[in-house]
Design a protein around this ligand. Structure first.
Ligand SMILES: *Cc1c(COP(=O)(O)O)cnc(C)c1O
Length: 457
């Protein structure tokens, strides 16, 4: 059986290398859709298990035509894509080491790595000293974690223990969000029993209008949570933290920032100004599986007040080893058993260094600017101020934009995401892969030019 194990790991490593060698050359969209793939995957489950090599080979054969090349350097969809080899290698070791990282004393190697990363990122992202960091599955759970700490804190100030009594009979918590917050903020609030938030009007780039926020804050003094945004998925815009956060604090509000990809702006001297004032907030959510290019699932939840962080999410069962000092990983996020997510983070940050993270961010922003110029040169419209990594394009009327998207994906050279923004059909370009080169941007622009010509021809 040991032989089997080595054969399986070698087989997986060889297949991974072959896949990655080819990923820049294959069509970005998958060859087949789910319904086409389903018959091969859903052959009846055998009563007796199969040879594991055969199983892996079958998995590879079945999956290959249904893989979207999300790590292609010409995948510009969503706000994701790309993994550093060092992060992937550390991720494989994470599986081999098989640490259940919930408790500090039980998995010390992971805890030490996590605490180191917590310190590095607190500095790199310019967060207050003493901030605690939970490693969670993604931006949704990072938003959940920050908002849970906020729910704890604003209700504690109102004399209510939400962990003990829940929300039944609690003072009403008012939640203010920007009109263009990410949907995961709403979902996190739903999980927290806080319902649909109250939206504050946004400006033309999707930023919260500070005068509208001031008016909303002034209408009542119930316990308040405000969720702001670093990086709008359509425009890349950042809320005006320096103006909004002190205003919200005057009203006793907890301020959370969803910075799933945008918080990384704080890591580069060239983009830091976009996030100015973000350090005044109470909690922050970001994704390392977006800008930092580590594998999924790697969300990060930061909370300045460690006590609120642990009070909201800690569990104190008698059989759990409790430390008095540093927090348990499981007190910093919603999960109990958890993957040792700090290892790939530690490896990637060591590999890049602070200058490397800044250069990564700068390179992405540079590509976004090249895209914006290129799109205008082809005859498309750029609807946003390209301040960060997002370029929101339109190609005439909605039907033409939809046709450009269809032809672009059919061509296979690049992937961009169709969406609707401010009432218009758009094609959104998000730069998120460390491996994207100037040549990839040129090829993707060529593909856009061809799609636009096709849509008009
Ligand atoms: C991607 C994203 C999220 C959600 O993050 P997941 O990792 O997909 O859960 C939240 N907010 C913003 C702004 C995002 O871009």
């Amino acid at each position: 059986m040991d032989n089997d194990r080595d054969t399986l790991l070698d087989l997986a490593a060889n297949e991974a290398k072959a896949y990655l060698d080819g990923v820049a050359h294959r069509a970005v969209p998958p060859a087949f859709g789910t319904d086409t793939l389903l018959p091969a995957f859903s052959e009846p489950l055998p009563a007796h298990g199969r040879d594991p090599r055969e199983v892996l080979e079958l998995l590879i054969a079945n999956a290959e035509p249904g893989l979207t090349a999300m790590s292609s350097p010409r995948f510009f969809g969503f706000v994701t894509g790309g993994t550093y080899p060092v992060a992937m290698a550390a991720e494989w070791l994470t599986s081999a080491w098989d640490q259940n990282a919930a408790l500090r004393e039980v998995t010390p190697a992971h805890s030490a790595a996590r605490e180191a990363v917590e310190g590095w990122l607190t500095d790199l992202l310019d967060l207050p000293t003493g901030t605690t960091m939970g490693t969670v599955t993604g931006g949704l759970m990072a938003n959940f974690t920050g908002l849970a700490a906020g729910r704890h804190a604003v209700l504690a100030r109102a004399g209510w223990d939400v962990e003990a009594h829940g929300l039944q009979g609690a003072p009403r918590v008012r939640v203010l969000v920007g009109a263009e917050r990410h949907v995961t903020v709403d979902l996190a609030l739903r999980y927290l029993g806080l319902g649909t938030p109250q939206a504050v009007a946004a400006d033309g780039q999707g930023r919260v209008q500070v005068d509208a926020l001031a008016a909303a804050l002034a209408t009542d003094d119930s316990p308040t949570i405000l969720a702001l945004q670093a990086g709008n998925v359509h425009s890349g815009a950042f809320d005006d933290f320096a103006a909004a956060i002190p205003l919200a604090h005057e009203h006793g509000a907890w301020v959370h920032i969803d910075g799933a990809f945008g918080l990384w702006a704080a890591a580069s001297p060239r983009t830091r100004h976009l996030a100015a004032g973000h350090e005044l907030a109470d909690s922050w959510a970001t994704d390392a599986h977006k800008t930092l290019n580590v594998p999924y699932d790697s969300g990060l939840a930061f909370v300045a007040d460690s006590t609120a962080h642990r009070a909201a999410l800690g569990i104190h069962a008698p059989y759990l080893v409790q430390s008095k000092g540093a927090p348990q990983p499981m007190e910093l996020g919603p999960e109990f058993s958890q993957r040792a997510r700090a290892f790939p983070l530690w490896a990637t940050l060591q590999y890049l260094g602070t200058d490397g993270v800044a250069a990564l961010v700068d390179r992405m922003v540079g590509h976004a600017r090249t895209f914006a110029e290129g799109v205008r040169a082809i005859g498309g419209e750029v609807l946003n101020d390209v301040v960060f990594t997002q370029v929101c394009t339109a190609w005439g009327d909605d039907a033409t934009t939809a046709e450009v998207e269809r032809l672009l994906l059919a061509g296979g050279a690049a992937w961009m995401t169709g969406s609707t923004w401010r009432g218009r059909k758009v094609l959104r370009i998000a730069v998120s892969n460390h491996a994207t080169t100037d040549e990839d941007v040129r090829v993707a622009l060529e593909a856009l030019r061809a799609a636009y010509a096709g849509a008009n021809g």
